[in-house]
Design a protein around this ligand. Structure first.
Ligand code: ZN
Length: 291
């Protein structure tokens, strides 16, 4: 069910591409280039903390940089088991739609959501026909609507992460799955985290307890990005000592040869993650469900 993010009243969607109208508070939710606005009024008044050119930059980086491709390889393999053909899947923080496009072969009914309209416009060019929503993860306009929801490297941007997880819990159908990735280990905090507007990196226990606080049952919690973990640690220590410049582009600029090698190493994790968990890594992955 879609609910009004301002007053929680159920709303009916008249036809695809048409705006929503709340029957209770009479707020109308417009569409823009087939993207539906479903953010609460106060969110639309605040300025988002992403420079407007960063999505175009990210789009180019996603196509080239090994980290995005390898994370995509790993997630695609794992998600195939949880996103069923014909089921309703929502990615919150879908950005330019890189992950959604990789999941399109599953045959699920894919939905994308993001706070940033600029990102959703790139997503629309990649995926011309799926429903896309501009919304605020702190006030999700859905109740028992989706069979599974994915948030990949989103939670670390949110001040009230438990509040957002509770909203996701409500948006899932009973028995529905939430799939989460976050950056791991607070000690790895560095300039790339600051540049990406992260609020925190997570310990394994922190992520687990926040998921449980929001009402989820945790089925699986594993590190990934593990084979390259030693390199990541060394790179972050050097950054802290200012041996390298502190710009976030540091970890995004890489020679094509190294990019290929590192990509192959990281992607190899997908075979192991099918059967086993990693005890350390640069990222955490949780699979959990709503009772
Ligand atoms: Zn309303």
């Amino acid at each position: 069910m879609t609910i009004c993010p301002d007053c929680d009243a159920p709303m009916e969607w008249i036809s695809p591409g048409s705006p929503y109208l709340c029957p209770m508070c009479y707020r109308s939710y417009p569409t823009n280039e087939t993207i539906t606005y479903l953010a609460p009024s106060h969110t639309l008044d605040t300025t988002a903390s992403f420079p407007s050119d960063s999505f175009e930059q990210l789009l180019l980086t996603e196509e080239r940089h090994f980290w995005f491709k390898s994370r995509g390889d790993i997630l695609e393999k794992l998600l195939e088991a949880y996103i069923k053909t014909g089921s309703k899947f929502l990615e919150i923080g879908c950005g330019n739609g890189y992950m959604l496009a990789r999941l399109s072969h599953i045959g699920a009914s894919l939905h994308g959501a993001d706070l940033f309209l600029d990102a959703l416009k790139f997503c629309r060019s990649r995926l011309p026909s799926i429903p896309l929503f501009m919304l605020d993860i702190n006030k999700l306009p859905f109740k028992e609507e989706f069979d599974s929801i994915g948030i990949f490297d989103v939670l670390e941007h949110i001040e009230d992460d438990i509040g957002s997880l509770s909203q996701i819990h409500r948006a899932l159908k009973p028995g529905g799955y939430l799939l989460v990735t976050v950056p791991a280990y607070p000690f790895l905090w560095g300039p790339p985290d600051t540049a990406a507007f992260h609020k925190r990196r997570y310990t394994r226990n922190q992520l687990s307890s926040r998921l449980r606080s929001a009402g989820f049952k945790v089925d699986r919690l594993t590190f990934f990005n593990s084979f390259l973990f030693p390199l990541l640690v060394v790179s972050r220590i050097w950054q802290k000592k200012n041996i390298y410049s502190s710009q976030k582009s540091l970890e995004l600029q890489i020679s094509p040869f190294l990019n290929k090698i590192l990509g192959k190493i990281m992607s190899a994790e997908k075979a192991i993650l099918r059967w086993a968990n990693f005890p350390v890594g640069g990222s955490l992955l949780a699979i959990c469900h709503r009772d």
